[in-house]
Design a protein around this ligand. Structure first.
Ligand code: NAD
Ligand code: GLY
Length: 365
């Protein structure tokens, strides 16, 4: 069964189609019409799915580019490579780019679309759990800078999102777990009942139980579509979607992109945000314990890399996009399912979380 939901953004509104087998169905791509199309995919996804998508897209014939898989590809040099290919192919401004892959391909291709000839259309065809529940929706596009994650980018909404849930069958378990970090994030930030459901269902999700996975994807996409429709450019509630990310991005930048998966770093960030919230007297210690337990059961880490110090965190966290007028803003938990963005946090609570978490990580070596 296919579910379609809309992201309501006036003239930039679009549909998210979620269902099994959508990749092969020509109607999934109807938003493209007869326009020229160019698929960008990566070296893991292309052998599995590129021919099928090209066949479903039909005529006019599809141009393609396959980039190396992995977070390191999400950099300006790859943007240039894609632009070179588009220029060589004389790809027209009214053509449509198709991002076939995970969040890396989606963020990269979306950014290229945002800047190619001052803006071309693109369609997201997410093939990871992370991309199906989060990155393909909402129009955040961009690449990393060596000094900071996602530091170069643009808001550019897709024409449509086509999430074929069957593609998750080929996803490596580590990548599935990484996607679960973002799923857990939704429960923590805005829906305690969903968090409790995840506590019951995490085993089924990891075992790729189709109905459970599809229900979780629907739920997350509904939450994200609602938040994005209310705050497309992150002037307010959209920042809540960054729960765990300020800590997580610091880990990703510290370790070098690709060593830790984005979802793994976010998982640790969720635990650190919960810990700090409890130290401020907001979330209870029970919320901290439940967060850690669910993260662990999802196959994810709860501690940062052993070599990382509180000073490393502090330096790297100041590169966060939520830093305003030199002040760090953090997403913290008032309670389970209720997150807030605040610059008015207790600095001692942050110090204690950084010190104790880094010490605990060091003790594991
Ligand atoms: P990814 O794109 O690197 O994909 C993970 C790995 O799985 C890759 O090796 C890929 O080749 C492989 N893969 C993808 N689909 C597969 C399939 N169906 N079968 C087998 N292998 C498959 O990583 P990701 O976790 O999808 O995305 C992470 C990126 O998303 C990060 O760069 C993060 O910053 C970004 N992100 C963006 C947003 C946003 O709003 N734009 C939100 C969250 C995360
Ligand atoms: N993943 C954060 C956002 O889309 O806003």
């Amino acid at each position: 069964m296919t579910e379609t939901m809309d992201v309501a953004l006036g003239a930039r509104s679009y549909s998210i189609h979620i269902g099994a087998g959508l990749l092969d169905v020509a109607a999934s791509y109807r938003a493209i019409g007869a326009r020229p199309r160019f698929i960008v995919s990566d070296s893991n996804v292309a052998p599995l799915y590129l021919q099928r998508v090209a066949a479903a897209l039909g005529v006019p014939a599809v141009a393609t580019l396959v980039v190396p898989a992995g977070e390191e590809t999400k950099r300006l040099a790859t943007v240039e490579r894609v632009l070179d290919k588009l220029m060589e192919a004389r790809f027209p401004r009214d053509g449509v780019l198709v991002a076939l892959g995970g969040g890396v391909v989606g963020d990269l291709t979306g950014f290229v679309a945002a800047i190619y000839q001052r803006g071309a259309a693109f369609v997201q065809v997410p093939t990871t759990l992370l991309a199906q529940v989060d990155s393909s929706v909402g129009g955040k596009t961009g690449v990393n800078h060596p000094l900071g994650k996602n530091m170069i980018g643009a808001f550019h909404q897709p024409l449509a999102v086509v999430a074929d849930t069957d593609t998750l069958a080929t996803l490596p378990p580590r990548e599935l777990s990484a996607g679960l970090a973002e799923v857990i994030k939704y429960g923590l930030l805005g829906d305690a009942a969903f968090f409790a459901e995840l506590e019951s269902n995490v085993g089924a999700l990891r075992a790729l139980d189709h109905a459970t996975l599809v229900a979780a994807i629907h739920h997350c996409c509904h939450m994200k579509a609602d938040i994005v429709a209310r705050d497309e450019r992150e002037a307010g509630p959209r920042a809540l979607l960054n729960l765990g990310h300020t800590f997580g991005h610091a880990i990703e930048t510290f370790t070098g992109y690709g060593t830790w998966l984005h979802g793994e770093a976010v998982a640790v960030g969720l635990c650190m945000a919960a810990d700090m919230s409890a130290r401020m007297g907001w979330a209870s210690l029970d919320v901290v314990a439940r967060t850690r337990k669910l993260v662990e059961r999802a196959g994810l880490p709860v501690l940062p890399p052993p070599g990382m110090t509180p000073g490393d965190f502090r330096t790297l966290m100041m590169h966060d996009k939520k830093v305003a007028a030199g002040h760090l803003r953090l997403v913290l938990l008032r309670s389970l399912g209720q997150a807030v963005v605040t610059a008015d946090f207790d600095a001692q609570a942050l110090d204690a979380t950084l010190a104790d978490t880094c010490k605990a990580a060091q003790a594991t070596t």
